[in-house]
Design a protein around this ligand. Structure first.
Ligand SMILES: Cc1cc2nc3c(=O)[nH]c(=O)nc-3n(C[C@H](O)[C@H](O)[C@H](O)COP(=O)(O)OP(=O)(O)OC[C@H]3O[C@@H](n4cnc5c(N)ncnc54)[C@H](O)[C@@H]3O)c2cc1C
Length: 286
C-alpha cells in the first residue's frame, strides 16, 4: 500500500526530500514503474513523483553541447527542434512503444530502468553522451556504459536523481535501426546505432538487446574510422567494406537465446543492421 506520494515543484525541493528520505521510490512517467506495481514486483511505500518539476523537462543548447532534462518524453524527442539536433536519438525514440507510451515515458526513466532492450541507450552510447546524476550536495557525470553496470543495474544511489543527459552537438551522421518481432509496439530483438562525427573524426557504434547492457563495437569503430575519407566525407561502400564492417559489429555482440529470439538470429540481425546503417549514413550525404 502506498503511504505517501510527494510531488515537489522544483529540483532543489526534490533533492532535499530524497536526502531526508533515501528510501523513497522515484516515479517518472510511470511506464515501467506502474507495470512493476501491477505485476506485484514493486510495492512502493513512499513515492517521489517528478511530474511537477518543470526544470527536468527543459533542454538547452550551449556551445557544442545539448543538455536534455531527464524528464523529456519520447514524444518531445521525435519532434523539432530536438529531432533536428539529435536525429539518431529521435529515430530511436520513434520506435518506442505506442503514442501513449511515448507521451508519458521519459529518457531518464529509460536510463534508470537500464533494460538491455532500452532503445535510447545504444544511440546515447554512440553519441558519447553523459548521464548527469545529482544529489543534494553533489553532481556527477558518467558515460552510459559507466552508468549501467548490468541488466537493470546502475550506479544510481538512493539519494540520487538522474537530472539530465549531456550530448555533444557535432556535425555528424546518425542512424538507429531496430529489429523486433513485429513493426511497432515491440521490445527490440537487436538494435544498432551508428554515429559518424565529422568534426572529431570519431565513429561511435552502440548495440542494444545483444548483451547485458548497451555494448560498444569498439573494433568496428576503429576499423571504420581508419577507412573513412574524412576530408572528402566519403564512407567506404564497396561490398568488401560493408561485409567487414558488419562482421566486426556482429562480433562485438554477446547475444543470448531467450523467448524473443535466438542468439544466432540476433547476431545475424546486428550484421544486417550495421550494413544498412552504413549505407544510410552515406546516402544522407549525397
Ligand atoms: C507498452 C509498453 C511499451 C514499451 N515499449 C518500449 C520500447 O519500445 N522501447 C523501450 O526502450 N522501452 C519501452 N517501454 C519501457 C518504458 O516506456 C521506458 O523504459 C521509459 O523510458 C521509462 O520511463 P518512465 O519515465 O515511464 O519511467 P518510470 O516508469 O517512471 O520509472 C522507471 C524506473 O526509473 C526510475 N526513474 C525514473 N526517472 C528517474 C530519474 N529521473 N532519476 C532516477 N530514477 C528515475 C524509477 O524509479 C523506476 O525505477 C515500454 C513500456 C510499456 C509499458
Amino acid at each position: 500500500m502506498v503511504m505517501s506520494i510527494n510531488r515537489p515543484t522544483s529540483l532543489e525541493e526534490a533533492l532535499q526530500i530524497l536526502a531526508d528520505n533515501p528510501e523513497m521510490e522515484i516515479l517518472g512517467g510511470g511506464t515501467d514503474f506502474m507495470v512493476e506495481v501491477n505485476y506485484g514486483h514493486r510495492r512502493p511505500v513512499s513515492i517521489l513523483s517528478l511530474s511537477r518539476i518543470a526544470e527536468l523537462r527543459d533542454f538547452e543548447v550551449s556551445g557544442s553541447e545539448l543538455y536534455l532534462g531527464s524528464g523529456i518524453t519520447f514524444s518531445k524527442l521525435v519532434a523539432p527542434p530536438l529531432a533536428e539536433l539529435v536525429p539518431g536519438l529521435a529515430q530511436a525514440a520513434r520506435t518506442v512503444g505506442s503514442p501513449q507510451i511515448r507521451n508519458a515515458g521519459t529518457i531518464g526513466g529509460n536510463l534508470a530502468t537500464a533494460s538491455p532492450a532500452g532503445d535510447t541507450l545504444p544511440i546515447l552510447l554512440a553519441l558519447d553522451a553523459r548521464v548527469e546524476i545529482s544529489s543534494l550536495n553533489s553532481v556527477r557525470s558518467l558515460r552510459i556504459n559507466e552508468f549501467i553496470t548490468g541488466p537493470k543495474q546502475t550506479v544510481l544511489q538512493p539519494q540520487e536523481l538522474i537530472t539530465g543527459i549531456r550530448v555533444p552537438l557535432h556535425d555528424s551522421s546518425q542512424e538507429f535501426l531496430k529489429v523486433g518481432t513485429r513493426n511497432a509496439m515491440v521490445i527490440s530483438v537487436a538494435t544498432v546505432a551508428l554515429v559518424i562525427d565529422w568534426d572529431s573524426y570519431r565513429v561511435g557504434c552502440g548495440l542494444g538487446s545483444v548483451g547485458p547492457g548497451p555494448m560498444e563495437a569498439l573494433e568496428a569503430e576503429r576499423w571504420l574510422a581508419a577507412k573513412i575519407d574524412w576530408g572528402n566525407r566519403r564512407i567506404p561502400l564497396e561490398e568488401s567494406a560493408l561485409r567487414s564492417f558488419s562482421e566486426l559489429v556482429a562480433r562485438a555482440a554477446r547475444p543470448i537465446d531467450d523467448h524473443r529470439s535466438t542468439a544466432e538470429y540476433r547476431r545475424h540481425a546486428v550484421a544486417v543492421c550495421a550494413r544498412r546503417a552504413l549505407e544510410r549514413a552515406s546516402h544522407a550525404y549525397e
